[in-house]
Design a protein around this ligand. Sequence first.
Ligand SMILES: [Zn+2]
Length: 371
Amino acid sequence: MARILGIDLNIHFSWILIFGLVLFTLSDRVFPEAYPFWSDQKTLLVAAVAAFLFFASVVAHELAHAVVARVFRMKVSSITLFLLGGVANLTEEPKSARSEFAMAIAGPATSFALGGLGLLIEAVTTAPGLQSAQAVAGYLGAVNITLGIFNMVPGFPLDGGRVLRSLIWGLRKDRSVATRIAARGGQAVAVLLVLGGGYIVFRERDTFGGTWYFLIAYFLYTSASSSLSADRAAGAVRGALVAQLMSTALHAATPAMVIGTVVRDLVLPFDLRAVPVVVQGSLVGLVFIADLRNVAQEHWPVTPISEVMRGVEGLPSLGPRDPLTRAMELFGETEAPLLPVLEGAALVGLLTRDSLAGYIRMRETLGLADR
Ligand SMILES: [Zn+2]
């Protein structure tokens, strides 16, 4: 949607709700209680400015993560502003404990700095004419400090959980052990949040406030659990290479073949989800079955496959001696049902998502996972 410092900024639809909720809470309760003599228009205007700056604060927090990640040469593709703060999409996991620590702490540090700045401005804008500035600064001070504290809760994958993981990782020199401890921490915090939410709903009779706790707990528990299973899967493939699992039975098309022929001779008989397109053994592109639906069926007998294939330049690929953990990372980033395995430009194999998933399941079933 927007682009800042070369990073795409996506705004999750939940943010429209959050913005509305913040605006409503400020204009209906917080400011009217603190400044009962303000006109309705003034209250609404000041609340809108405060809500917008709150939104900007969350963006600043996320950008801090992204900028530090880039300093350590981690790829950050985009930032999605989500229900509970933001999510910086790292396209790869941090390579070292030090880089993870710096990347994770940057967000909360920014929030604390903005919070401190807000409180400082609140303290110096005591002149009567500056009352609305003081109100906005005071709100931003409090909300940013709350944001910093919440994100430092030591449950992976919250920032605090990443900080915890990087510290254990640095001490024990084992990322996998660190991930398990930090993710268990995330699950434990989620359970505590459910208990806290229950207390608020049943003891304080505040269903709305309690629901927030349940939502955050749900988000945290599922993310921590998926980190655990991703770590378990990575353990299952550790040490294995792409060459061991790739298929070398290559059913490939040439660019001039028409869609009808490819479907009849390759897709249907071999049950392919994607067809590699080669010229003299070199991969030039891939055709995904999903893309064929963009061409009307009556044109299939005359449309060459080159018109629907995705060129090799934009495609992720593997080498036969790449570790399977690399394949897992790539499958995590794309929707592609398979990845071509190349030696130079030559197509030497195909690795499907299904075969990788099956391999991981089998290792786990046989108890061969690395733990
Ligand atoms: Zn953060």
